[in-house]
Write a new protein. Structure first.
Length: 433
C-alpha cells in the first residue's frame, strides 16, 4: 500500500475512534510558541475547571475536598492553592477506584490499565476527549521530527506471542503501516533490520530498542537504515550507554517520551535534547524529588495531585531551550520511588544504584548498563551487561563500598544479559517486598 493510502486509513480510523483528535492536535500546535506567562494562565484556568468538575462528579474528590474544607469555586484563586488538596497515591487509586470514577455521562469510554511495574496494575475508564488529547500530544512530539503517525514505523511493545497472536497482531500492524519484532532470534532480527530501510521512525520500550540495536550492530553485513527521522523510547529509563549502539544501528539517538497511562504524556524530548512538560495537558509539581501530577483533560477518571512514583529533576525555570518553546523542562527522570534495598542493618532507596552508576559515568567515564536483583536481605546480585576490566571492577567496588559499606554484600556478575519482564526492563528487582 502507498503512503497516501495509509494516511487515508489512519485518518479514517482516527475520525471513527477519536473524533476529538484533530481539534486537540491543532490546539497543541497553536500553543507551542506561547510565552510562559500565557501557558501558566491557560494552565490555571484548566486546573480550575478540572477541580470544579471533580468536586461535582467524583465521589472520592467531593469527599476529599470537603474533608479539607476546600471549595474550588471559592478557594482556588492561584496556582499554589492546589497545595490545599492532599496528595493521592497509587494505593488510594486502587482502593477508591469506583469512587474516583466520574458519575457524569460520556459518549465513549475506553478501557485502560497502567503497566503495574511498581505493583498491581491500575484499571480505569478513559473518556474519548482524554484519549484523543493524549494521542495528539504524542503526535505533536512526532511533528518536531517531521514524522507523521501514519508513516512506516517499527514498534517495540512486548514480544512473547502465541502463533495466533502473532498473526492477528501482524495483520493489525500491517493496517497501521508498522512492523514489530516477535523474538530475538537471528532470522527475526534480520527481517526487522531489512524492514527498517523503509521506516520513518521507531517507537517503544527503550530496552528493546537498545537490544535490537546491539544485535543489528553485531551483524556487520546488515544494511543500515537511511530514512529514520526519530527513535523514541518510552516507559523505561534510557541509559546513556544505549545511545552509542542506537546511533550506530539507526543513525539516530533515542529520544524520550515520558508519561504514564493514568497521567498521559507528561513530557516529550525536543530535537535539542530537552524534555518539555506538556503544560496543556498536565500540571506537574515536585515534592522532595518526587513528581506529583494533575491531569487537566481527564474527566471520566480525574487524576488530581497524584503521586506517580518517580524521582525527577526539573530544570531551572529561567532555562531557555534553543527550540524556542517556553514549556518547562524535566532535566532527568531518576527512577522509581519506594523500592528499597535491604541491608543487614539498614535500608537504602533503590535510587542508590542510579547514583553509583551516575558517579562512575561522570567521574570515571565508565558507562555501564546494570540490573540489581535482591532475593536475600543483606545481599544483592548486580548484573552488568558489559564485560568489566580489572580496573573497572575496582572502580565499581569502591563506589559500592562508599554507599553500602559492609551492610550489603554485592555480588557483581559482568558480561551478563539483563532480564526483561514481558518486554519491559526494570533496573531493580526485589522479591523481598
Amino acid at each position: 500500500m502507498s503512503g497516501t493510502l495509509f494516511k487515508i486509513l489512519w485518518k479514517t480510523g482516527s475520525r471513527l475512534r477519536n473524533p476529538g483528535y484533530e481539534i486537540s492536535y491543532r490546539f497543541l500546535k497553536s500553543t507551542e510558541k506561547l510565552s510562559l506567562g500565557e501557558l501558566k494562565e491557560m494552565q490555571f484556568q484548566k486546573l480550575r475547571d478540572t477541580l470544579i468538575f471533580a468536586s461535582r462528579h467524583s465521589e472520592y474528590y467531593a469527599e476529599l475536598f470537603k474533608r479539607n474544607s476546600f471549595v474550588p469555586d471559592r478557594d482556588f484563586n492561584g496556582i499554589n492553592d492546589i497545595k490545599k488538596i492532599p496528595v493521592s497515591t497509587k494505593s488510594d487509586f486502587l482502593q477508591q477506584n469506583i469512587r474516583i470514577h466520574s458519575k457524569a455521562e460520556f459518549h465513549r469510554l475506553f478501557k485502560s490499565e497502567s503497566s503495574g511495574t511498581s505493583g498491581q496494575g491500575l484499571k480505569f475508564l478513559k473518556d474519548e476527549p482524554w484519549d484523543s488529547f493524549n494521542r495528539a500530544s504524542r503526535a505533536r512530539g512526532f511533528s518536531w521530527y517531521g514524522v507523521e503517525p501514519w508513516d512506516m514505523n517499527g514498534y517495540f511493545w512486548g514480544y512473547n506471542f502465541t502463533p495466533y497472536q502473532r498473526f492477528i497482531t501482524g495483520f493489525k500492524d500491517r493496517l497501521q503501516n508498522r512492523f514489530r519484532i516477535f523474538s530475538y532470534e537471528d532470522d527475526d532480527i534480520h527481517r526487522f533490520a531489512r524492514k527498517l530501510r523503509n521506516a520513518e521512525y521507531l517507537l517503544g520500550y527503550s530496552s528493546m530498542i537498545y537490544e535490537v540495536a546491539h544485535r543489528i550492530n553485531s551483524f556487520r553485513s546488515l544494511p543500515k537504515p537511511t530514512r529514520l527521522k526519530m527513535v523514541c523510547g518510552t516507559s523505561e529509563k534510557i541509559f546513556d550507554t544505549y545511545q552509542k549502539e542506537a546511533l550506530e544501528a539507526y543513525g539516530c539517538k533515542i529520544i524520550s517520551e515520558y508519561g504514564a497511562a493514568e497521567a498521559g504524556v507528561i513530557a516529550f524530548e525536543c530535537p535539542h535534547g530537552n524534555m518539555h512538560l506538556n503544560m496543556e495537558g498536565i500540571y506537574a509539581e515536585e515534592i522532595e524529588g518526587e513528581i506529583i501530577v494533575t491531569n487537566l483533560i481527564a474527566r471520566s477518571f480525574p487524576v488530581i495531585r497524584y503521586k506517580l512514583g518517580d524521582y525527577v529533576v526539573f530544570e531551572d525555570e529561567a532555562f531557555e531551550c534553543p527550540c524556542g518553546m517556553k514549556h518547562p523542562v524535566i532535566k532527568d527522570v531518576l527512577g522509581r520511588v519506594g523500592k528499597v534495598v535491604y541491608g543487614k542493618a539498614k535500608t537504602y532507596p533503590s535510587l542508590t544504584f542510579y547514583n553509583i552508576f551516575k558517579n562512575l559515568a561522570l567521574q570515571n567515564k565508565l558507562e555501564l548498563n546494570y540490573q540489581a536483583v535482591q532475593n536475600i536481605k543483606g545481599e544483592v546480585s548486580l548484573f552488568i551487561q558489559q564485560k568489566l576490566k580489572p580496573g573497572d571492577e575496582l572502580l565499581l567496588s569502591k563506589e559500592l563500598k562508599k554507599y553500602f559499606r559492609e551492610d550489603v554484600t554485592v555480588n557483581v556478575i559482568s558480561g551478563h544479559a539483563l532480564n526483561m519482564h514481558q518486554g519491559k526492563f526494570r533496573d531493580f528487582i526485589s522479591t523481598l517486598e
